[in-house]
Design a protein around this ligand. Structure first.
Ligand code: URP
Ligand code: ZN
Ligand code: ZN
Length: 476
């Protein structure tokens, strides 16, 4: 007789966004097939005594192999990026597919798929960065891509060559309204930043720390307010990504109080780093250059409050890795003379979950249910990954077993990304994922890689839980 399960995880403590309970998990054909006690024996059993059995992390904000300017190379492609994600307890990541100006998104997607094919250790699902919202892109290309399961777009209010003006953002949001896609916005006022860069350069103040002072809270707060106002005018939900400070959080709370559907995301850098880190010795502050920049201790506390009180829906890495000591990285020949040339972004896909577990759950700021909500269930629901994000019968058996007592000091030498440093070097954490299953396959066992490259696949997505009603009502 065929055993009812391929694998049973026994004796662990299961956590979902709603509950924590002692329970065994039976897995068949890559899916969670049973939850209970006394499950029938399976050919493969995992003893999870003393471990938490959590849904695999979903990191919905990751940059891999993204073109980043002349002679700059991102430190991770799909192989090292997904391997690093897996070791950090993730089973799905959502990288961005960047449309370059004058080019089609469909062609860009073809290139990203070719890079990802056969290389991934986790599942992946692409967001689309819209940098050139030409009429054919808004009218034909994006609607067809949404129908094919690419159901989220990111737009930028900053960065030369990427930023859209308000009219263009309204156009993208209108396409989202018609298709049910979800728009993510990078909120920083580019004109204000350029003005401040001019002032700093005139004063000869061009060290890495100037990256933070030329991107002040007011530039983020204003853009956050404007993005939500544009979304209100079009009447679509909006995702405010990588929020770094209290005033921007207050804008989000006010928009929600007016009844707007606003999703908000913060990241480890905004609760662990400050602008002071950009001071670093010599040019070492470049290691912490990301946008928006880390702020100060008060902003960190405001972000923690937002994590604790439910203002934030997502805790993502914004993993955007560049090597430091590399002519194609942070110390590129141009970067070494002016902060403006330092590529923006820092690594963090492997450390996101341990940092939130340790600083959040172990230190008593959030409970395990909220940890699961922020890092798996919410991203699945918000971005339409309907087979993922919880421990429930019928869902993909994407599971991470955590040792809640494991103590680790973060050292880049122990991580698996392609950068040459971690912004969290030396940080001590309690809790680490020790065994990770992707679609029922054991990928990491007892901290060692046992699964193969190529086990991860691209996943088309449904519409967001926030937009599917909008899309139906627009269609009717
Ligand atoms: O500095 C950052 N965050 N770089 C990544 C690109 C982005 O804006 O998300
Ligand atoms: Zn961004
Ligand atoms: Zn990003």
């Amino acid at each position: 007789m065929t055993p009812p399960f391929d694998l049973v995880i026994r004796g662990g403590t299961v956590a979902t966004a709603a509950d924590v309970f002692a329970c065994d998990v039976g897995i068949r054909d890559g899916k969670i097939a049973a939850l209970g006690t006394g499950l029938a024996p399976a050919p493969r059993e995992i003893d999870a005594t003393g471990l938490y059995v959590l849904p695999g992390g979903i990191d919905p904000h990751v940059h891999l192999a993204q073109p980043s300017g002349e002679s700059i190379t991102m430190a991770d492609g799909f192989e090292s990026g997904t391997l690093s994600a897996l070791f950090g307890g993730n089973t799905t990541i959502m990288p961005f597919c960047l449309q370059e100006k004058g080019h089609s998104l469909r062609a860009a997607l073809g290139a990203y798929h070719a890079l990802a094919e056969g290389q991934c250790y986790t599942d992946v699902s692409f967001h689309l960065i819209v940098s050139d919202p030409a009429p054919a892109v808004l009218g034909q290309e994006l609607p067809a891509l949404v129908a094919d399961g690419y159901t989220s777009f990111k737009v930028f209010m900053t960065y030369e060559g990427l930023r859209l003006n308000d009219a263009e953002i309204l156009g993208v949001m209108d396409t989202a309204r018609r298709t049910g896609a979800l728009v993510m916005v990078h909120c920083e006022n580019e004109d204000a930043i350029r003005y401040l860069i001019g002032r700093h350069e005139a004063a000869g103040d061009v060290a890495p720390r100037a990256h933070a002072t030329t991107r002040p809270v007011a530039a983020e707060r204003e853009a956050t307010h404007r993005a939500m106002s544009l979304a209100e005018i079009v009447d679509v939900p909006v995702v405010i990504v990588h929020v770094s400070n209290g005033p921007a959080i207050e804008e989000i709370r006010r928009a929600r109080a007016r009844g707007r559907k606003v999703v908000s995301e913060t990241c480890p850098q905004y609760v662990m780093l400050t602008a002071g880190d950009l001071d670093g010795m010599d040019w070492e502050g470049a290691k912490f250059v990301c946008s928006p920049p880390p702020r100060d201790a008060a902003a960190q506390a405001e972000c923690w409050t937002g994590i604790e009180d439910g203002t934030f829906d997502l805790f993502s890495s914004d993993h955007c890795p560049f090597r430091y000591d590399d002519p194609e990285g942070k110390l590129n020949p141009k970067g070494a003379v002016n902060f403006r040339h330092i590529p923006n972004g820092i690594p963090g896909v492997e450390t996101r979950l341990p940092i939130l577990f340790s600083e959040g759950v172990v230190k008593g700021r959030i409970d395990l249910q909220r940890f699961v909500a922020l890092t798996a269930t919410n991203p699945a629901r918000i971005y339409g990954l309907s087979a993922k994000g919880s421990i429930a019968i019928g869902l993909d058996a994407d599971i991470a077993l955590w040792d809640p007592a494991a103590k680790r000091t973060i050292r880049h030498a122990d991580l698996h990304d392609g950068a040459d440093y971690s912004p969290y070097e030396g940080v001590e954490v309690t809790g680490w994922p020790v065994t990770v299953l992707l679609g029922g396959h054991v990928m990491i066992e007892g901290g060692r890689l046992v699964g193969g490259k190529g086990a991860g696949r691209h996943r088309a997505r449904a519409l967001s839980s926030l937009t599917h009603r909008t899309a139906e009502s627009v269609a009717s």
